[in-house]
Design a protein around this ligand. Structure first.
Ligand SMILES: Cc1ncc(COP(=O)(O)O)c(C=O)c1O
Length: 396
């Protein structure tokens, strides 16, 4: 069967292909340590699980739900935004619960793009922005983020790329680079959106991870006119598999997106929504505890990266560490494959996040300290002890 033309140029998502390869290696007995994907390995808070269990046991909780989500969840999201981000959102009109924020990226593209419309996407950045734009018939226009720019858009260069641009995706703390937003970045983005009449979409799933001061672009005065914000419980509350996210912004925008989304799904299972509302009420202790664990893991990742002679910044936020490969390596793919095939450890090559990521790798923090220790010992045994690295001839 011939696939629709909209799939031209859309490959299978990198991780689904790679995970299949890793499964094959595992069935051949290789016991691969997967430090690739950012799926939290820790459990949600026990109270959250209890609510899911209790609510799922009630016979009346199994029907279709409202397209706009339960008022309990929307109320909890509104309170959460006020408490942590100092942003006021009307729970009735300015919040749309999502089945994970990833679907929101697609919904936004389908809602706003016509064939040929252009969308600014970060390079490096989350690959879904590009696929969603293409699937919706738009044209992604990558904008480079690099260390020299502090991983922020070079606004003067963007101005030359604005023909037919309707949307712009941004994401801080940035994935994959771990960059936190600088003091005035969000204000500059809102001003840029206003000046050029584009809708900026801020994707904000990492603001609580290894970061003491979560920020929202919606806290900028007048932002609702020009931006939408996606958020998620996947990383902040260890609920990636539950698929709970949200879209926040002006009531008109939310209604526009609902016109598309209500044709795609039929609401979210009520017990999930009620449990998510509980998760959003957790206090600072929850985040402090999680971050203490991630800091311990991060130290091990630094050790692993030192062993590989990679360079990196130590103040990254989010679930990953982004690191430049040593000069002798052509790119992150070569290093990633070498580590996978020699030491059975999987680390993501930075090139999958865009051209600007080619010389980097990204290590996930979603594994216990012992797994990192095991990875370190495998790498030092299998890579460092090989004749190639003893003679300092690193493959190019
Ligand atoms: C930058 C970014 N945005 C969005 C998502 C999707 O998160 P969710 O689980 O809410 O769909 C991810 C997941 O890895 C991500 O890294």
């Amino acid at each position: 069967m011939e696939t629709g033309k909209r799939l031209n140029g859309i490959g299978e998502y990198y991780f689904s292909t790679k995970l299949r390869e890793i499964d094959l290696m595992n069935s051949a007995g290789k016991k691969v340590i997967n430090l690739g994907i950012g799926s939290p390995d820790l459990a949600p808070h026990p109270d959250v699980i209890r609510i899911l269990q209790d609510e799922a046991a009630k016979p009346g909780n199994h029907g279709y739900q409202s397209y706009k989500g339960s008022p309990v969840l929307r109320g909890a999201i509104s309170d959460w935004y006020r408490k942590w981000y100092h942003v006021t959102l009307d729970p009735a009109t300015e919040i749309l619960p999502l089945l994970g924020s990833k679907e929101g990226i697609m919904h936004i593209c389908m809602t706003y793009l016509n064939p040929g419309d252009r969308v600014l996407v970060p390079d490096p950045g989350y690959p879904t922005y590009i696929s969603a734009v293409k699937l919706a018939g738009g044209k992604p226009v990558p904008y480079k983020l690099n260390e020299k720019n502090n991983y922020e858009p070079a606004f003067h260069k963007l101005e030359k790329k604005l023909k037919k641009v309707k949307l712009m995706f941004v994401n801080y703390p940035q994935m994959p680079t771990g960059k936190l937003p600088s003091e005035n970045l969000f204000a500059r983005l809102v001003a840029f959106a206003k000046e050029h009449n584009i809708l900026v979409i801020h994707d904000n799933p990492y603001s609580f991870i290894l970061n003491e001061n979560p920020k929202s672009i919606l806290s900028v005065e007048g932002a609702k006119e020009h931006v939408l914000e996606l958020n998620s419980l996947s990383k902040s509350h260890n609920m990636a598999g539950w698929r709970i996210g949200m879209l926040c912004g002006a009531a008109e925008r939310i209604n526009e997106v609902i016109r598309f989304k209500s044709n795609m799904d039929s609401g979210m299972f009520l017990p999930l929504q009620l449990a998510a509302a509980k998760a959003l009420q957790l206090g600072r202790e929850w985040h402090d505890e999680l971050n203490a664990i991630y800091r311990g893991r991060r130290d091990k990742v630094f050790e692993l990266l030192d062993l590989l002679q990679c360079t990196y910044s130590t103040d990254q936020a989010g679930l990953f560490i982004w690191a430049a490969v040593p000069a002798g390596y052509k790119d992150g793919y070569v290093l990633s494959d070498e580590i996978l095939y020699k030491a059975n450890v999987f680390i993501t090559p930075g090139g999958i996040f865009g051209k600007a990521g080619t010389k980097y790798i990204r290590v996930s923090l979603c594994a216990p300290v012992q797994r990192f220790e095991e990875a370190i010992s495998r790498i030092s045994e299998k890579l460092m002890a090989s004749p190639a690295s003893q003679s300092q001839t690193i493959p190019v």
